[in-house]
Design a protein around this ligand. Structure first.
Ligand code: SF4
Ligand code: SF4
Length: 389
């Protein structure tokens, strides 16, 4: 079994697709809004392309693109008609489904006891517009994380059930993308309600749209999408083929969980520890990382109290602090924990890799540490160890 195959369908075609233009896209926004969805999508803010609430196609980052490298992110306006001509936002969609901080409950003093109020985001309905295929795979991975095993995250699952996903296939490859190695892109194959491929051919600007669910098909019909012609489908398929060919970075996933598990004392962990600042950026931007901590607070009068959950990181010192001390004090042990969890023990836990190849951890690492290079170095000089330290 290929554990790195998130999307089960390997053949890519756009048969039975629709053609929509920018006017239909606006109609899609309003139709979703009328159905009670908050439309969330890419927009330009703070010199970055961020995912935020957007009201209309006017809010999309038309003409903008992003340039990335190890430890590098820039936006640039190259002009043109493209609304989705960038690769990725620094943020991922997990901040809507699994918010960075979430109040779990609040308590108010009432005589000698407390009244508890449980907080719940589950009623919110998000329509995510512009989900990249690797990001869709990350959502499918988090679905497993939060729904498998004994403990479920009901808030996540309620938000997820209410979400409508408009995926957009990639029309450009970022320098840090390696979705082809992880079989998660650059085309979405599963898990979306609607998948768009944007085609810009001179002044001719349109999207080829496929429905992935009955609801998606119903909405495409409602917005007046026409059947796409053979030529339009061929153009859209070319967009994806070109992007596939542009992806330069790769990760050799052959036997990777075993390779890492057998090399816990490899000299490369010391090498990367000299560069790693243990800032935790890589975990914050990663669309699949899910570690959290819980904090209790009270006001000074002792009348109200609350419990919140917030994202945590295996790179922070407190993360591994237990009653007997800290079991992961060195940078080496923390980086190793992160990488081996992503690419090795995650597979044992959830039956799938914890990495979708989005490259965000490379882009947002202040010293440009690249996990594909770290794995390559370990694979190149692997030494079998008896046990980890
Ligand atoms: S480990 Fe890095 S490349 Fe992989 S999914 Fe997380 S951020 Fe993306
Ligand atoms: S690998 Fe980079 S981003 Fe991650 S903790 Fe180390 S320095 Fe920070």
């Amino acid at each position: 079994m290929n554990l790195f195959l998130v999307n089960p369908k390997s053949d890519f075609t756009m048969d039975n697709s629709f053609r929509i233009d920018q006017e239909n896209l606006q109609h899609l926004f309003t139709t979703l809004q009328k159905r009670g969805y908050e439309t969330v999508g890419p927009t330009l803010a703070d010199e970055a392309i961020v995912y935020d609430t957007i009201a209309s196609v006017e809010d999309l980052p038309v003409g903008w693109t992003d340039e990335v490298g190890p430890g590098k992110y820039r936006v640039a306006n190259g002009g043109g008609l493209s609304s989705f001509g960038y690769t990725l936002s620094p943020q991922s969609w997990k901040r809507f489904l699994y918010p960075p901080t979430r109040k779990l409950f609040s308590a108010k003093k009432n005589g000698k006891s407390f009244e508890l109020t449980q907080e719940n985001d589950g009623e919110k309905k998000h329509a995510f517009i512009g989900v990249r295929p690797c990001e869709l795979s990350a959502i499918l991975i988090q679905d497993r994380v939060f729904s498998s095993g004994e403990y479920h995250d009901d808030n996540y699952l309620a938000l997820r059930r209410n979400a409508f996903i408009v995926a957009v296939n990639c029309s450009q490859a970022g320098d840090n993308c390696f979705c082809v190695s992880m079989k998660t892109g650059p085309a979405a194959k599963d898990g979306y309600d609607i998948a768009l491929t944007e085609v810009v051919d001179g002044d001719n600007h349109y999207y080829v749209a496929a429905s992935g669910t009955e609801k998606g098909r119903e909405i495409l019909t409602e917005i007046g999408a026409a059947t796409a012609s053979g030529n339009e489908i061929a153009e859209a398929e070319n967009v994806v083929r070109r992007t596939t060919a542009e992806i330069g970075k790769s990760l050799d996933t052959r036997g990777l969980p075993k390779l890492l598990a057998e090399n816990l004392e490899h000299a490369r962990w010391d090498d990367v520890a000299k560069r790693c600042l243990t800032c935790g950026n890589c975990t914050m931007v990663c669309p699949t990382c899910f570690c959290s901590t819980v904090e209790d607070t009270t006001d000074l009068s002792g009348q109200t109290a609350g419990r919140s959950r917030r994202w945590d990181s295996c790179f922070t010192m407190d993360f591994a602090k237990v009653s007997g001390g800290n079991f992961r004090t060195s940078a080496k042990s923390r980086y190793r924990q992160w990488l081996t969890h992503k690419l090795s023990s995650w597979v044992e836990q959830f039956g799938i890799s914890g990495c979708v190849g989005c490259g965000r951890c490379i882009t947002w690492c202040p010293v440009g540490i690249d996990l594909t290079a770290e794995v390559k170095a370990i694979r190149g000089t692997k030494v079998k160890q008896e046990k980890g330290g």
